[in-house]
Unconditional design. Sequence first.
Length: 60
Amino acid sequence: MNKTLVTTLMFAFLLLFIISPFATLASLMLLLLGAAFFFLIGNIFQAIIGSSDTDSNSSG
């Protein structure tokens, strides 16, 4: 869940950097935004499904 929140915040900050008037590397930031969007979607689906690496490795 923490990974999902961090990815969501990173996506929001990248979006703010692109929208800002001082974005000099706008094309590179758009590429980063696309990559962050795919990571965000993947993490949201992983949080919905509930599969986590720590959950599958723990033995009880």
